[in-house]
Design a binder for this molecule. Structure first.
Ligand code: ADP
Ligand code: MG
Length: 355
């Protein structure tokens, strides 16, 4: 017998495509905060995000009378019609994230816009609004997500161990923080501040906040300007490496990506100068005309196809050769930094929680 699926079932199936695991919620909500022009974003998780994820920002907020609309499927303030998709600069535009999140978890949102005196607090459970009341707060938005997949037992079962889910979120948070040094990120895991960066920082300052001041003496500055592309950032020398790839970061036009061709080319170059089984560290920012990039080959856009990849690799390897040969040190950076979170991170990395 052919049956129509209930709206609730349709919603949960759709949510499954957007929200695979706790880290997907963090990714979607932090991207929303970035799109809302936040300069401060605080992310707090408990139990690998399974029991709690809280994302707070100082962005533009959501108008009181638009909150419920924001939680409907295909609701977005970022595009109006299909042609806009080709001009989009924001990170999300499918209008599915919030709708997906409320259908698979318990959600509380506090939000206030600049022009409104009070904020609004709304609570969703089982995909229904169960409470809405005004509250006093600063402009911005905070979203509290509890008990992910509590109403989708099959998905709940497929979550990984708490420590694994936590590590996936931690890696994601480092990617956001490295990639957006203009934004101050604070990341708290099980009541412990893992890192804190500061708004309006340079990349160098963010890297020191994240990885410690010692890191800078073993990083070479990369600065390539070609007609078709630019590459800026840092790459480690032969004294600074890791047992895994967790400190390899590539961004194209501001978006984190993974590119196997670039990674292999760099790792080949370092094979003879760092120990076996160790990996170079880099933070590379590529800028190019989007016409050279096809983002559609992977649904969550982590892998892209770059048509000028050979030119990019050639230029990058030449620059790395030059830096390694000439052993150019980083320019001096001011060292009035900053907080103790560096030390916490070092400990965390040493525990080899990352993969
Ligand atoms: P999308 O990001 O694809 O537009 P979402 O479901 O993620 O869809 O969000 C729906 C809408 O809710 C956004 O378009 C935006 O207008 C609003 N919104 C979501 N999160 C925030 C936030 N942190 N600050 C301000 N507005 C937000
Ligand atoms: Mg979004």
């Amino acid at each position: 017998m052919i049956q129509l699926l209930s709206e609730d079932t349709i919603q949960k199936i759709a949510a499954g495509e957007v929200i695979e695991r706790p880290a997907s919620v963090i990714k979607e909500l932090v991207e929303n905060s970035i799109d809302a022009n936040a300069t401060e974003i605080i992310v707090e998780i408990k139990d690998g995000g399974k029991s709690l994820m809280k994302i707070s920002d100082n962005g533009i907020g959501i108008k009181a009378d638009e909150i419920e609309k924001a939680f409907l499927r295909h609701s977005t303030s970022k595009i109006v019609d299909f042609t806009d998709i080709y001009n989009i600069t924001s990170l999300g535009f499918r209008g599915e994230a919030l709708a997906s999140v409320v259908s698979i978890s318990k959600v509380k949102v506090n939000t206030k816009t600049e022009d409104s005196r009070l904020g609004m607090s709304v609570v969703y459970e089982n995909n229904k609004l169960i409470n809405k009341k005004p509250i006093a707060m600063n402009t911005g938005t905070s979203m509290e997500i509890r008990d992910i997949f509590y109403n989708v037992p099959v998905r709940k079962k497929f979550m990984k161990k708490t420590i694994t889910e936590a590590n996936i979120i931690t890696n994601l948070m480092y990617r956001f923080a490295v990639g957006h040094s203009n934004i101050g990120f604070k990341y708290i895991k099980d009541d412990k501040v893992i890192f804190e960066t500061h708004a309006n920082s340079t990349l160098e300052e963010s890297l020191m906040d994240l990885f410690g001041v010692e890191a800078k003496k073993d990083l070479y500055k990369i600065d390539i300007n070609k007609r078709k592309f630019k590459i800026k950032g840092y790459i480690s020398n032969n004294k600074y490496y890791r047992a895994n790839r967790s400190m390899q970061y590539i961004y194209i036009n501001g978006r984190y990506i993974e590119d196997v061709d670039i990674r292999r080319a760099i790792e080949d170059k370092y094979k003879s100068i760092i120990p076996n089984g160790r990996f170079p560290i880099y933070q590379l920012f590529l800028e190019m005309d989007p016409a050279y990039i096809d983002v559609n080959i992977h649904p969550n856009k982590k892998f892209v196809k770059i048509t000028i990849i050979d030119d990019i690799i050639e230029a990058l390897l030449a620059e790395i050769d030059f830096k390694l040969k000439n052993n150019i040190e980083l320019p001096q950076i001011k060292e009035d930094v900053k907080n103790k979170s560096n030390i916490l991170i070092k400990e965390d990395f040493n525990k080899k929680e990352y993969d």
